[in-house]
Design a protein around this ligand. Structure first.
Ligand code: OAD
Length: 235
């Protein structure tokens, strides 16, 4: 991958669960993926929360514990350096809720599926970061209205945060390079972003050990683990 020609150009990086795999955060699909052992409709939908908020929270608290023990890896570090050093417009669009990009130093980020360290009241809508671990009772309650707090993430069947998606689409349409790291590229609308970038003339590079539906469209596919592939690139 030759990034020299994209110095001072517009770069969008799109990441999925694979970028955090080497940090020890499980992916969703694939051999050890979360959706192999858990049914999304029991745990990650508004109706699952309405039915059994405690069960949903137990799952999210387990994931918070797991993520709290993880550190950023060389792929997160590379993406943070790219933002800092390349000198042009930059946006990181992540589907990940683990917060590891921010930990690695990335700043221009849109978290289109939310963040597992945020909570939001299911009744009054008040939202904030809350890193309490473990919560003394599950489900936790809203200080303002006593309603049930829910994880600040996007669930299946919910729309994505409008402002974040607006920024992501605008950046995809105007970037010169889109670097797509560690996503199966099957979850929409995020999977539209590389298609949009490509149509608008961007160079698209995919980093993933496996082929994805994006592969035929990508200008380059770098086969390997994100930390290994990106960790070797000097900027
Ligand atoms: P997936 O689990 O669908 O895909 C992970 C991708 O990472 C796969 O293509 C793997 O081949 C790749 N991968 C695995 N290890 C890797 C490594 N070390 N380096 C690079 N790539 C690696 O995760 P996402 O594409 O992020 O949504 O899934 C998209 C959305 O589906 C998630 O945000 C989540 C999920 O349901 C919500 O929860 C709303």
């Amino acid at each position: 991958m030759d990034l020299a020609k994209f110095q001072r150009k517009n770069i969008v990086v799109l990441t999925g669960a694979g970028v955090s795999a080497e940090s020890g955060v499980p992916t969703f699909r694939g051999e050890d993926g979360l959706w192999r052992n858990y049914r999304a409709e029991d745990l990650a939908t508004p109706s699952a929360f309405a039915r059994d908020p405690q069960l949903v929270w137990e799952w999210y608290q387990w994931r918070r514990e797991l993520i709290a023990a993880c550190k950023a890896n060389p792929a997160h570090d590379f993406i943070a350096r790219l933002e800092r050093d390349h000198g042009g417009d930059f946006l990181l669009v992540t589907q990940n809720v683990d917060g590891l990009h921010r930990l690695a130093g990335s700043r221009k980020i849109v978290e289109v599926h939310g963040n597992i360290w945020d909570v939001r009241c299911a009744s009054c809508g008040a939202g904030r970061e809350d890193r309490t671990l473990p919560f003394p009772e599950l489900p936790p309650k809203c200080d303002a209205c006593g309603g049930l707090l829910r994880p600040g993430v996007v669930w299946f069947g919910e729309s994505l945060p409008e402002e974040a998606m607006g920024m992501a689409f605008a950046a995809a349409e105007s970037c010169d390079l889109m670097l797509v790291v560690g996503t199966s590229a099957v979850v929409y609308p995020v999977a539209y972003l590389p298609q949009l970038a490509k149509r608008a003339g961007a160079y698209v590079i995919e980093v993933n050990p496996d082929e994805t539906p994006l592969t035929p469209l990508a200008d380059e596919s770098l086969r390997g683990k994100a930390g290994e592939v990106l960790g070797e690139i000097k900027l």
